[in-house]
Design a protein around this ligand. Structure first.
Ligand SMILES: [Zn+2]
Length: 70
């Protein structure tokens, strides 16, 4: 029984749902009851291709290099 993670595209809430069948319909958002939810692939953190790249190793770059990267 895998647990899938979903994110509502209406209100942006994330929630987990136990899914018994792979062809189960998408659940509705527990917050706003919207059906517009996206399945989020829960990627295991392998290799760490995340947010901590070159943090502290860049000498002399100025302090304005991290603008909004959301
Ligand atoms: Zn929602």
């Amino acid at each position: 029984m895998p647990i899938y993670e979903y994110r509502c595209s209406e209100c942006g809430v994330k929630f987990e749902k136990l899914v018994f069948r792979s062809d189960a319909p998408a659940p509705e958002c527990p917050s706003c009851k919207s059906k517009k939810v996206n399945k989020v692939m829960s990627v295991p953190s392998v290799g760490g291709g995340g947010s901590s790249t070159s943090f502290g190793s860049s000498g002399g770059g100025g302090c304005g290099s991290h603008s909004g990267f959301s």
